[in-house]
Design a protein around this ligand. Structure first.
Ligand code: NAP
Length: 498
């Protein structure tokens, strides 16, 4: 497959116009080979100013502002159709730029189209309810557009995270400024071309590649931006929340995780082994909801771990375009080095590396950012590798004595994004689902997603939720309207009827 097939013009989208940015350039890499795919010019704070001004005009234009929800839905349907039509190119582009397997990127593109369709359907079926009257009036609540919203995305699943922000933001009637991650701007730029070709009015979408510290920061601080939806690391999210507090601006934050997966003694072992492997090693572990801390009941610990290690050693590691590959390269050599440093730290802390623990020795993979699926045990829950998000194919395994011990260890984390439970006993599973602090719990499955189910984290994993029918409300503001029903003057004023 030639990268020429997916070349994206080096132009940002500012307020409906495509033009080359004049900031420094980023070399966008193919992590499977280490080669430069192409260079992309970075936008600037001035470009943010322009995008906000054009976005505000477009959001306020009666041609967009006065559309009824079912009329806005037509644009979302058209965008979904355009994504479907361009799906293979988008998936290919994402595999080139992120290293994810083509099988996975095809799924992500399909989910992006489904996200636009879902929010179109929500618009078609939304109700505005009257609130129960407590006096001589009718009262109801309207959801109005905020105006211009900022969307800041990470590098791990660009097409899906872009859609998850752009679709509900447009559905709510806003203009959107998207800042993709510096390492992975290509998919967002290609998606924006599809969206504009689908007929979205100019100005409603801007896509500004560039550095978080420059472009992202300018979006968050801009007085014309009324909300920011951020997905990324917890420390970046915390900084954005501080700035948002200064502006009294709403933010939604989808942040990091160190999600516990639990295997109880009565679990279907084959199912649990496969589920644990998928939970941590798919996407090469670069997933916010990766099940990166595994707790196994003491009584089955050794047998379970032996089986898990044996199956993990057999996982094919290779280029995402090879249909046999299950674990592709990490997104960037710098990120691979960070993951490797965590495994070195585990060694220093006395952890046992049960498999992996290095780059593969296959000479064909030598130039890519590959790292073998790695399993570590023998460390206490307070070791750094058991507490910090590694965001790579690295699993730490710990035993637990009983349910209380398990819950104490699982909840001993600053994060609360996800959890997995493998057991045949649904009563125990549901009890654990209640007791483990997490925004999302999977029982006898892992990492399955539904656009109609809200998603968010608790503790330091985030603020607010995305997806679900309420997903549009997160990009709206509420206005309450009272309609007086009395035919008489207010008696308080003592005004007689003439
Ligand atoms: P990151 O470093 O926090 O970056 C995320 C985005 O924020 C990037 O576009 C980045 O731009 C931008 N950014 C950086 N500094 C900024 C600033 N001061 N102001 C505004 N924007 C700024 O995270 P990442 O390394 O790309 O992604 C991995 C993290 O995302 C992991 O922690 C993962 O768990 C989390 N994540 C969470 C979810 C979820 O739904 N909870 C989903 C996916 C990923 P540059 O890259 O250009 O610097």
């Amino acid at each position: 497959m030639s990268p020429e097939y997916i070349r994206v013009p080096d132009e940002m989208l500012v307020g409906g116009k495509w033009r080359q940015a004049d900031g420094p350039t980023t070399q966008v890499l193919n992590p499977a080979t280490g080669q430069v795919l192409q260079t992309v010019s970075q936008s600037s704070a001035d470009d943010v100013d322009e995008a906000v001004a054009r976005g505000a005009e477009a959001a306020n234009d009666p041609a967009w502002r006065d559309l009824l929800p079912h009329q806005r839905a037509r644009y979302l349907h058209a965008i979904a159709d355009a994504i479907d039509a361009g799906a293979e190119r988008l998936a290919t582009l994402q595999t080139f730029n992120t290293g994810k397997t083509l099988h996975e990127t095809r799924g992500l593109v399909a989910s992006a189209a489904a996200t636009f369709r879902y929010f179109a359907a929500v618009l078609e079926t939304s109700d505005e309810a009257m609130t129960t009257s407590r006096g001589d009036y009718c009262t109801w609540v309207k959801h109005e557009a905020i105006g211009v919203v900022g969307a800041i995305a990470p590098w791990n699943s660009p097409v899906a995270s872009d859609a998850q922000k752009i679709a509900p933001a447009l559905a709510a009637g806003n203009a959107v400024i998207l800042k993709p991650a510096e390492w992975t701007p290509l998919v967002s730029l290609a998606l924006a071309r599809l969206i504009m070709d689908a007929g979205l009015p100019a100005g409603l979408l801007s896509v500004l590649p560039g550095r978080g510290s420059v472009v992202g920061d300018a979006i968050v601080r801009h007085p014309g931006v009324g909300k920011v939806s951020f997905t990324g690391g917890t420390s970046t999210g915390r900084g954005i929340a501080h700035l948002a507090a200064e502006k009294l601006m709403p933010v939604s934050l989808e942040l990091g995780g160190k999600s516990p997966t639990v295997v109880l003694e009565d679990a279907d072992i084959d199912q649990a082994v496969a589920g644990v492997m998928y939970g941590i090693f798919s996407s090469s572990g670069q997933s916010c909801i990766a099940g990166s801390r595994l707790f196994v009941a003491e009584s089955i610990y050794d047998d379970f771990l032996d089986r898990l290690v044996e199956c993990t050693r057999a996982l094919p590691v290779g280029d995402g375009f090879d249909s046999a590959s299950r674990v592709g390269p990490l997104v960037h050599p710098k990120h691979r080095d960070g993951v490797a440093a965590y495994v070195d730290l585990a060694r220093e802390e006395g952890g046992r590396i049960r498999c992996g623990g290095s780059a593969p020795d296959d000479p064909e993979l030598a130039d890519g950012s590959y790292y073998l699926p790695t399993i570590i045990d023998g460390l206490p829950n307070d070791a750094r590798v058991c507490q910090e998000e590694i965001f790579g194919p690295v699993l730490v395994v710990l035993p637990f004595r009983d349910e209380d011990d398990l819950v104490a260890q699982a909840n001993d984390s600053v994060y609360g994004l996800a959890a997995g439970v493998w057991t045949r006993d649904y009563r125990r599973a549901l009890r654990l689902a209640d007791r483990i602090e997490a925004g999302n719990v999977w029982i006898n499955t892992y990492k399955v997603f539904s656009i109609s189910t809200p998603f968010g984290g608790v503790k330091e994993s985030g603020l607010g939720t995305e997806k679900g029918r309420e997903g549009i409300a997160a990009y709206s503001r509420v206005k309450s309207v009272y309609l007086g029903m009395s035919a008489e003057p207010n008696p308080w004023a003592g005004v007689p009827r003439a």
